[in-house]
Design a protein. Structure first.
Length: 743
C-alpha cells in the first residue's frame, strides 16, 4: 500500500519563467494528494436521442432539427435553436443558443460541430465551466479533440466566479486534457482587475488539483538581518509518496543561497513502513561573515521487521550566529542545542528495547561573552545508551515492571564514564467502583565505572535505594450545570505517600540529572529529580483534589485541580553539596483548564508559596473565540527571578471583508518587546490580500524585522513579499485562513 504525502504550501499551477519582465512569474505545483481523475468513458453503443419541435429529413441519413432542439448521447447533451444531425456519421451541427453538457462540464456557444461518438468537434464564441475545479472562461473557439481533451483558442481561464471575474488568465492556446489531468498553455498573461500583472510564455497545471512539478511562486522578502531577498523554488513531484523542493535564494547583504527539502513516505516490498524529511541550506562565502554558512535537519523512521524499527534525527549548523541570522521565527532563533541521534527500537509482547547514540552540537549566544548568564551548557553525549522496559500486569493481582539503562557518557571537558541502572517495581492495585489503592515497592540500583579525570584515577561506584509508595483516591459524582448546560461534576480527592531512605550521593557524578519541574505530573512521582544520578530521599505525602465537569458524552469541559506536598523529614539529597531543604510543605499548585463555554477557553497553572505569600510561577492563557475568524488570546507567563511575559494575539473582522491580525509578546521584567506582529487581510471571495510586519528577538541584544504583503488568487497562486500565512499561523493560536476551503 502506498501512502501519500501531506500537501506542501503550494498552489495549483506550474509556469515556465521568461527572461523578460515576466521573469518573476509565479509558478506553483498544487499541494493536494488527490488521485488523477479517471478518463471519460462513453458507451459507444449508446442510443442517440433527438428531440425538436420540427424534425425533417431522412431518419436513416440526415435530420434537420428546428426549435427547442435536444440531442443526447450517453454523457453528452446538447441543446440549440437549430441543428443538423448526420445519423450514420453521428455528426451534429448546431446553431443559436447552443448549450453543451459533457461529463459535468458546461459550455455555451454560438455554433457547434461535434461527433457524438468520438467527441471530436469545435465550438465558436464559447464559454465554459469545468466541474473538476469550478473553473470558467470564454474563448474565440474551443476544439474538442476527443472525449477527454479540449483546446481553448484565444481564451480566458479563472476559478473566480461571475461574468466579470476579478482575475483571469488569457492565453492564445490553452489545452485541457481531463484524461491525463493536465492543462497546458502557450504565451499567457495573468490579469487582476483587468490589469496585466504577470506574463509567462508557457504553463502547465493540474485540472483536479493534484500535485505537479514546476516553479513555485517567487517570494521576495525583506528583513533587517539580510536585507532584500528573492526566493524562487522549484518543486519536483517525484511520485505520489515522494517530492523534492529546491529553492535558490538571493540575499542582498549575504549572497546566493541554495536550499532543498526532500520528503518521502511509503512501505518496502516486505511491508515495512518508512518516512522522513531532509532540509538543507548552503550559503557559500557569506559577504558579511566571510565564510561558508549552512544548516542541516534530517529525520527518518523505518521498520526493519514486524516489531523492529530504526531512525535518525540530525540537526546541525555551521556557526553560532546561524539561528539569529537566518531564522524566521522566535522559536527557531532560540534553538541552541542541536541533537544528532541514531536509534533502533524493538518491541516484544511484554518488553521493548531501545539502543541509541546521541551527540549534541551547542550554538552559543554571541552575547554570552559579555553576559555569562546566556551561556548554554553542553549536555553529555550518549555513546551509546541502551534502554530496556518490561512490564506484565495483573499477575495474580500484581503489576510487575522493570526499567534498565546502560549508557556511556562522554563530554569534552568533564568526567566521562559508564552507568548501569536497573529499577524493578512491584505494585498491587486495588480498584473499586469509586476508589483505588495502589501500594508499590521499587528499587533503584546503579553502578558506575568512571574514567580517570585530572588527578583522580578511574573508579567504580554503586548504589541501591529502595522506595515505598502508596497511591489512593476516591471519586464522587453529582449532577451539575456549566454555562447553563447539564453536566456531571466529579470530586476526586487523592493521597500519595512516598518513603525513600537517605543515601549519601555526593560522590556520584551528574551526567543527566536536574530537579524536576514542579507540576501536577511531578508531585505524583516518586523521585523529585529527572535523571538517574540522584535519588531523592523522601518521607512525604501529596494531597490533591480534582473536580471535572463532564458532558453526557463523557467529554471533559472543565478541570479544576489543587495539590500540595507535605514533608515529614528534611530533603537531604541535592544536585550538589547545597544545604538540605527543611520545608514542612511545598508550594501549592492550582490549575484550571478547559472550555467553559462555546466561546471561552482557559488554561492556567499557578504555583504559590504560602510561607512567603508569593507566587513562584504562573502560566495563564485565556482564549475567546465567539465565531469564525474571531479569536482573541491573552496570556501571562511568570517565573520568579527569571522572567515575566505578557502575550496578546488576535484575528478579528473589522468589516465584512477586512480582518485585523496581530500579536505582541512583551517582557514586563526587561521592558522590551519580544515579538510583534501586525497585519491586515482583505477577503474578496475569489482573492485575498494580506499585508503586515513582524519583529522578534534573535539574541539577547539583537532583533530581526521582516515585512510581508501577499495577493492570493484563489485556485491559482500567491504573489507578494514574504510568507504571511506561515507567520500568522505560528503567531496566533486559533488563526484561520479567511479563504479557508479554497485550494
Amino acid at each position: 500500500m502506498t501512502r501519500f504525502l501531506a500537501p506542501p504550501n503550494t498552489k495549483r499551477w506550474a509556469f515556465a519563467l521568461t527572461a523578460i519582465a515576466a521573469a518573476t512569474a509565479a509558478v506553483s505545483a498544487h499541494a493536494q494528494t488527490s488521485a488523477k481523475r479517471p478518463p471519460h468513458v462513453e458507451d459507444k453503443n449508446a442510443v442517440t436521442t433527438v428531440r425538436a419541435e420540427d424534425i425533417a429529413g431522412r431518419p436513416e441519413r440526415e435530420l434537420t432539427l428546428l426549435r427547442d432542439v435536444e440531442v443526447v448521447h450517453d454523457k453528452t447533451r446538447v441543446t440549440a435553436d437549430a441543428a443538423n444531425f448526420q445519423q450514420v456519421e453521428q455528426e451534429l451541427e448546431a446553431k443559436g443558443s447552443v448549450r453543451i453538457w459533457r461529463f459535468g462540464d458546461y459550455y455555451t456557444a454560438d455554433e457547434l460541430k461535434l461527433n457524438m461518438e468520438t467527441g471530436r468537434g469545435y465550438a465558436l464564441q464559447p464559454t465554459y465551466q469545468l466541474e473538476a475545479n469550478n473553473a470558467q472562461g470564454k474563448a474565440q473557439r474551443i476544439n474538442f479533440l476527443n472525449e477527454d481533451e479540449a483546446q481553448v483558442v484565444d481564451g480566458t481561464y479563472s476559478t473566480c466566479q461571475g461574468p466579470n471575474p476579478d482575475w483571469y488568465l488569457k492565453a492564445r492556446s490553452l489545452n485541457l486534457d481531463q484524461g491525463r489531468d493536465v492543462g497546458t498553455a502557450g504565451a499567457t498573461l495573468i490579469y487582476f482587475k483587468d490589469v496585466p500583472i504577470l506574463g509567462t510564455p508557457a504553463l502547465s497545471f493540474s485540472l483536479s488539483g493534484a500535485r505537479r512539478s514546476g516553479w513555485l511562486p517567487p517570494t521576495p522578502a525583506y528583513n533587517s538581518r539580510g536585507g532584500a531577498e528573492l526566493l524562487v523554488p522549484y518543486y519536483f513531484n517525484i511520485a505520489p509518496n515522494r517530492d523534492l523542493t529546491l529553492y535558490p535564494r538571493y540575499i542582498s547583504r549575504r549572497g546566493f543561497q541554495l536550499g532543498a527539502v526532500g520528503r518521502y513516505i511509503g512501505e518496502t516490498d516486505a511491508g515495512n513502513y518508512y518516512e522522513g524529511r531532509t532540509f538543507l541550506e548552503y550559503l557559500p562565502n557569506d559577504k558579511e561573515a566571510n565564510r561558508d554558512r549552512w544548516q542541516l535537519q534530517s529525520v527518518h523512521t523505518q521498520g526493519l521487521a514486524k516489531d523492529w524499527t530504526y531512525g535518525w534525527n540530525v540537526r546541525a549548523a555551521s556557526d553560532n550566529n546561524y539561528p539569529n541570522d537566518f531564522s524566521k521565527t522566535i522559536s527557531s532563533s532560540a534553538e541552541r542545542q542541536l541533537l544528532k541521534e541514531l536509534r533502533t527500537d524493538y518491541h516484544g509482547e511484554f518488553w521493548s528495547l531501545t539502543a541509541r547514540v546521541q551527540k549534541y552540537h551547542v550554538l552559543q549566544d554571541p552575547d554570552a561573552v559579555t553576559n555569562p548568564s546566556l551561556f548554554v551548557t553542553r549536555p553529555y553525549d550518549r555513546l551509546p545508551a541502551i534502554n530496556l522496559h518490561a512490564a506484565q500486569y495483573d499477575v495474580g493481582g500484581f503489576d510487575l515492571q522493570l526499567d534498565s539503562e546502560l549508557t556511556r557518557f562522554w563530554h569534552p571537558d568533564l568526567i566521562k564514564g559508564n552507568r548501569l541502572v536497573a529499577v524493578p517495581q512491584l505494585s498491587y492495585p486495588i480498584i473499586g467502583p469509586s476508589y483505588f489503592v495502589t501500594p508499590k515497592l521499587m528499587l533503584n540500583a546503579s553502578a558506575y565505572q568512571l574514567d580517570a579525570f585530572g588527578t583522580d584515577p578511574s573508579k567504580s561506584l554503586s548504589r541501591a535505594v529502595p522506595t515505598l509508595s502508596l497511591d489512593s483516591g476516591l471519586v464522587f459524582e453529582r449532577d451539575a450545570k456549566l454555562g447553563g448546560k447539564a453536566a456531571t461534576q466529579t470530586l476526586e480527592p487523592r493521597l500519595f505517600y512516598v518513603y525513600t531512605p537517605y543515601r549519601k550521593q555526593d560522590q556520584f557524578p551528574n551526567f543527566d540529572t536536574a530537579p524536576a519541574t514542579f507540576n501536577f505530573s511531578q508531585i505524583f512521582s516518586e523521585n523529585r529529580f529527572v535523571g538517574s544520578d540522584r535519588i531523592g530521599d523522601a518521607n512525604q505525602v501529596t494531597a490533591a483534589v480534582v473536580s471535572r465537569f463532564l458532558e453526557s458524552s463523557g467529554a471533559e469541559r472543565l478541570r479544576l485541580a489543587f495539590g500540595q506536598r507535605f514533608y515529614f523529614a528534611d530533603q537531604r539529597v541535592q544536585i550538589d553539596n547545597s544545604t538540605p531543604v527543611n520545608n514542612s510543605r511545598s508550594d501549592m499548585l492550582l490549575a484550571a483548564t478547559g472550555r467553559i463555554s462555546a466561546s471561552w477557553g482557559i488554561d492556567s497553572l499557578v504555583q504559590y508559596n504560602p510561607s512567603t505569600s508569593k507566587v513562584t510561577t504562573s502560566n495563564m492563557t485565556v482564549q475567546y473565540m465567539p465565531g469564525t475568524y474571531k479569536v482573541i488570546n491573552a496570556g501571562y507567563r511568570y517565573v520568579r527571578d527569571s522572567f515575566k511575559n505578557a502575550d496578546l494575539s488576535a484575528q478579528w473582522p473589522l468589516t465584512s471583508k477586512w480582518f485585523g491580525v496581530g500579536r505582541m509578546s512583551y517582557s514586563l521584567r526587561e521592558h522590551k518587546v519580544l515579538e510583534n506582529v501586525i497585519g491586515l487581510e482583505y477577503n474578496c471571495d475569489c482573492w485575498v490580500f494580506r499585508m503586515g510586519a513582524q519583529r522578534f528577538v534573535t539574541t539577547a541584544n539583537k532583533t530581526s524585522t521582516q515585512f510581508f504583503f501577499q495577493l492570493e488568487l484563489n485556485g491559482l497562486s500567491k504573489f507578494g513579499l514574504g510568507n504571511p500565512l506561515e507567520v500568522l499561523k505560528n503567531s496566533i493560536p486559533g488563526y484561520r485562513r479567511v479563504n479557508e476551503g479554497t485550494r
